[in-house]
Design a protein around this ligand. Structure first.
Ligand SMILES: *Cc1c(COP(=O)(O)O)cnc(C)c1O
Length: 463
């Protein structure tokens, strides 16, 4: 018998909750982020785990985190259902390309790595809602990628509706069609008349309308949900085991193109659990707050630049607080002081003290050059986000420790950048090519709280 998993807040001001409650809560009610009270140590089980196919590995890695909320058999069913939608038998296959290995995380329904987490989250939500008899209405605002992966995660699921706002005419036609071509009755695409920031603003207003939020059981699928991090821990083990088998190395290192610090935090958890990973390489684009932090100890808000790797165009990383919690020795009082200081001044400073994460920033020119070089010399086409991770990863190569670079999107999602980099229109995927002919459904609305709430009432009926 596993002891029940308990979750605490980084800010230390909630009673411990179960895995199930942590998933439904998303953000902790004291404003902090949820973390397991204990990170399980799997270092004694590595030979047994190394032999497992992806879904069974996922079940075994996640099991101690869900104990008390899901049985092993329940978890296995949810995991198998989540990864049956992936188009590759290995789920996240590892491919050699030049001096690195690429872990392809983009074989899910929307060709983005966010599918790894959101497919599982959708199944978890459905399972928990069925058990408790609750309903959930997800509301989100997207500038592109997250919206389609969230929709793909919950389409057709019992007890859930999803409303996703995107700025009308301001997301790429491909990304827009990935969302609006989903015709399931529980999926509601809204094109708001305004910008992405207008969408964020309305979203905040509606979540602050507590009577509405309560009556309509509003929830979010944002990147701070613990289940998203947990699902991502698995592929770090998978990558290490595959590369150990191939090269006989003792440990690997992993380069992670980073925005909100979710993906790389999953790697940090995997290391703390005993995965054979020597260090993580944090790669940012010009939005380099995290690279600056790991090189100088100063975490200071900067200006946001638009780049060819838009999912990394982030200054303040929403999952960073989880990492900070460990950096201050799991001391919630110190953590609260730091977060308050950052909110007040936009800047905090930490002593150096972690050699398990190294970091650097790539830029636009390096991204394009890396895509071109890998295509020409190694016959491998990188998406722009992956290319940032490869460009930075190459600066940290170590002959004794093979390097895995996480591939976070399929290149066909970013055809204009690929064309610019290699001079030809070579990035295609049949799923994306087929989108042009599919019927779509979407409602255009003003970017106001009243209009969006009325639309939701009309769709959901009075509850
Ligand atoms: C979301 C995303 C990232 C960044 O992941 P984080 O967990 O926010 O660090 C990188 N690449 C792509 C393609 C993404 O969609």
């Amino acid at each position: 018998m596993q002891p029940d998993a308990q979750y605490i807040s980084t800010r230390g001001q909630i009673d411990p909750v179960s895995f199930q409650d942590a998933v439904l809560m998303g953000l902790a009610t004291d404003g902090g982020l949820l973390l397991p009270r204990e990170i399980p140590d799997l270092s004694g089980q590595l030979p047994r785990l190394a032999a497992l196919p992806y879904p069974e590995l996922a079940t075994q890695v996640m099991l101690p985190f869900v104990a008390g909320s899901l049985t092993e058999a329940e978890l296995r069913v949810l995991v198998e259902r989540s990864y049956a939608t992936f188009r590759h038998p290995e789920v996240t296959p590892l491919v050699a390309a030049g001096p690195v290995h690429i872990l392809e995380l983009f074989h899910g329904p929307t060709l983005a790595f966010k599918d790894v987490a959101l497919q599982l989250l959708g199944n978890l939500f459905e399972h928990v809602l069925a058990k408790t008899g609750q309903k959930l209405n997800i509301l989100g605002a997207t500038s592109g990628d997250t919206g389609s992966a969230a929709i793909a995660g919950v389409r057709g699921r019992q007890g859930i509706h999803i409303f996703i706002m995107h700025p009308n005419g301001k997301v790429s036609p491909l990304q827009e069609r990935q969302m609006t071509s989903v015709l399931d009755a529980n999926v509601h695409n809204i094109a708001i008349e305004g910008t992405f920031d207008d969408g964020q603003h309305v979203l905040k207003e509606i979540f602050n309308d507590l009577p509405f939020k309560q009556e309509y059981a509003l929830g979010a699928v944002n990147s701070v949900n613990w289940a998203r991090v947990l699902a991502q821990v698995v592929y770090y083990f998978h990558a290490a085991f595959r590369l150990q088998a191939e090269t006989g190395c003792a440990k690997i290192q992993v380069s992670v193109p980073t925005g909100n610090f979710g993906d790389i935090f999953a790697g940090y958890v995997a290391m703390r659990m005993g995965a054979p990973i020597a260090r993580l390489i944090l790669a940012t684009n010009e939005n380099d707050i995290l690279a600056r932090f790991f090189n100088t100890g100063v975490y200071a808000r900067g200006q946001v630049f638009a780049t060819s790797s838009p999912s990394m165009d982030i200054q303040v990383a929403s999952n960073f607080e989880r990492y900070l919690y460990y950096r201050v020795g799991q001391d919630p009082v110190r953590l609260r002081e730091l977060m308050a200081e950052f909110a007040r001044t936009g800047r905090i400073v930490l002593e150096p003290g972690d050699t398990t994460i190294v970091a650097d920033a790539g830029n636009q020119a390096q991204t394009l050059a890396t895509i071109a070089t890998y295509y020409r010399d190694h016959g491998y086409l990188l998406d722009p986000h992956t290319a940032v991770g490869v460009a930075v990863g190459e600066r940290f190569l170590d002959p004794a420790t093979p390097t895995v670079c996480l591939a976070t999107a399929h290149p066909a999602k970013f055809p204009a950048t690929i064309q610019e980099a290699v001079g030809q229109d070579v990035a295609h995927h049949p799923i994306l090519d087929a989108l042009a002919d599919l019927p779509t459904r979407c409602t255009v609305l003003p970017a106001t709280k009243t209009a969006i709430e009325q639309f939701m009432r009309d769709k959901l009926g009075s509850l």
